[in-house]
Design a protein around this ligand. Structure first.
Ligand SMILES: Nc1nc2c(c(=O)[nH]1)N[C@H]1C(S)=C(S)[C@@H](COP(=O)(O)O)O[C@H]1N2
Ligand SMILES: [Mo]
Length: 561
């Protein structure tokens, strides 16, 4: 019989398909080897994370906001799957190209390595050219593998010239015309096709299998090493014991939390708390080696503090509602938690910082995170007496990794992108003139106090409540000013004052409800809030960029008879 012992008679598989398969194997090898190398450098230097991160850095703010809207907190997963899909396609194409131009296909793989390497070193958190290594070494492995595998397929074309066509590929022989209509499965024991194929099928299968297995091994080891990297951080978080705050939060007043089905809980559980950041890999910081440096303009006594130093300082505990500037009117990127931390103003005063209104030379506090995010807050706001925190606890526990362990900032009244730096490691005092932070470079406003907003949580849009009394309820927020009034309007009718739940603090949101006597038919419910300065929430619709969405939230429902 034929010496074809492979499960599928490979001689029948078109050469292009084998090329595509080789391309896939090369791409797989590149990514898995890169994963392994990234374990030696740092997990964030791997190509997918690097390219994804670089894409995030360069995405126009409008597109990013669209992505956040479309995919919510899944936006990053979608991005990574997208990158993987593109890479798969490219690998297939390069494999096919390589069947014709072996070197060009392989150089193509290398070119993508260069893209990965450039992405890695261009990330804001990249401090070393070593970050280029995973992509480069991975691409070299992939390119080499592709070159080798395609070599095993022999050379196309010219083989009709040679006596026994040593370089023939299965897909090409048909075109010679001699066996165009010839079914290779019924070919003679020494099939002309197999003979003309002249390449070692078993050898190719073995090579491909070995490549796949080796790649998988490299990938698994890389994964394991990258995973264990975070274990010290996980252990350090487990061993944190938050001291009792010297200034505990007052208990949430009775009546701050309404018992109405469908309303946002007054305190947002940490697991349900919205998450917005640019990190494709959640930074896992080991609290025992974590340090925070405070330095810059007007810092008379520069300091570097450890996590233990922070825990030894007087801690305060406060309820503060956090809001993202990317939150659309009626959107979900707002949450309320009980934070524990050091009063930032105290820390700054110890370093000799004075507020600009008292003659301090710095008007901007730039917080920098371990992943290179920079967030600029007005020094005046941080030092004006409000409870601006360097927070280490959230809802009674150390911060979750997703929310900034071991330490983050929280400043009541400012959107997160100008105040709430997670995984913070550096605070620099400077001026707004001298420095633009990450989002400001991307056209968002330098200063962004939170706009008064209100949201209808229940009934849901397009809900179908029964006629009669329908509880309309939701939340309203104007952090640091406080909510004084919430009103509800049905269709184009008069505004009705809603019942306000008790206020916890003026830094938290406030629940509200309105018992609506609903009549059959379609109705539009609209809500608006007034803050404690007496300023009503504006009807004027603005987009989220540059400094937060404004406008009234409406919900359309169909009341059933
Ligand atoms: N290091 C870092 N900190 C960050 C961000 C980020 O991308 N990286 N995003 C900010 C933004 S835009 C918001 S709204 C808040 C969200 O905090 P949360 O994810 O804990 O809700 O974190 C802020 N802090
Ligand atoms: Mo945000």
């Amino acid at each position: 019989m034929d010496h074809d012992t492979s499960p599928m008679p490979l001689a029948r598989v078109p050469r292009l398909a084998l090329g595509a398969l080789s391309g896939l194997l090369a791409g797989y090898a590149a990514l898995t080897v890169a994963e392994l190398v990234s374990a030696a450098v740092r997990p964030e230097s791997g190509p997918i994370v690097a390219v994804g991160g670089a894409a995030i850095d360069r995405t126009p703010s409008g597109v990013k906001d669209w992505a956040i809207r479309q995919f919510g907190t899944n936006d990053k997963l979608v991005l990574q799957l997208g990158i993987l899909a593109v890479l798969t396609l490219l690998a297939l194409v390069l494999g096919i190209v390589a069947t014709r131009w072996r070197l060009i296909g392989s150089l193509g793989v290398l070119a993508f390595g260069v893209v990965g390497a450039l992405s890695a070193v261009s990330r804001p958190d990249s401090t070393s050219l070593q970050d280029a290594l995973p992509s480069m070494v991975g691409a070299l492995a992939g390119a080499g593998l592709l070159y080798w595998l395609i070599g095993r397929l022999g050379t196309p074309r010219h083989r009709t010239m040679s006596t026994d066509s040593p370089g023939a590929g299965p897909g090409r022989t048909a075109r010679t015309g001699t066996d165009g209509a010839h079914d290779p499965s019924v070919s003679s024991p020494v099939s002309p096709r197999a003979a003309s194929a002249g390449w070692d099928r078993r050898g190719f299968v073995l090579a491909a299998t070995a490549a796949a297995a080796t790649s998988t091994g490299a990938g698994l080891i890389g994964r394991a090493l990258n995973g264990s990297e975070g274990q010290n951080a996980v252990a350090s978080r487990k061993s944190v014991v938050l001291p009792a705050p010297s200034s505990p939060a007052a208990p949430v007043p009775k009546g701050a939390a309404l018992r109405i089905a469908g309303i946002s809980p007054f305190m947002t559980p940490s697991d349900d708390f919205y998450r917005v950041d640019t990190a494709l890999v959640v930074p896992k910081v080991d609290a025992t080696s974590w340090r925070l440096r405070i330095h810059g303009k007007g810092v008379a006594r520069e300091r570097t503090i450890s996590f233990d130093d922070v825990l030894k300082m007087p801690l305060i505990e406060r309820d503060i509602t956090l809001t993202c500037v990317s939150n659309e009117v009626g959107g979900p990127y707002v949450g309320n938690a009980r934070w524990i931390g050091v009063r930032l103003a105290d820390l700054l005063q110890e370093c000799g910082v004075t507020a600009p209104s008292k003659g301090g030379p710095a008007d901007q506090l730039v917080a920098r995170s371990v992943d290179g995010m920079t967030i600029g807050s007005p020094v005046e706001d941080v030092m004006d007496g409000r409870d601006a925190l360097l927070a280490v606890g959230m809802n009674g526990r150390p911060l979750p990794f997703e929310h900034g362990f071991p330490a983050r900032m929280v400043v009541p009244g400012l959107y997160g992108y100008v105040s709430a730096c997670k995984w913070i490691e550096d605070i620099e005092l400077t001026t707004f003139d001298a420095y633009d932070s990450y989002w400001v470079k991307r056209d968002w406003a330098q200063r962004a106090p939170i706009k008064t907003q209100s949201r209808i949580d229940t009934p849901k849009p397009f809900g179908r409540p029964k006629a009669g009394t329908v509880m309309v309820a939701g939340v309203a927020w104007a952090q640091h000013r406080g909510i004084e009034k919430v009103e509800l309007r049905v269709d184009d009718g008069a505004w009705h004052e809603a019942r306000l739940a008790a206020q916890d603090t003026r830094d938290t949101w406030r629940q509200w409800s309105y018992a609506w006597d609903a009549t059959k038919g379609n109705h539009t419910l609209t809500v608006r809030a007034t803050d404690s300065t007496g300023e009503p929430q504006t009807e004027k619709r603005t987009p989220t960029i540059p400094d937060g969405a404004s406008g009234w939230h409406s919900v359309v429902v169909t009341v059933e008879g």
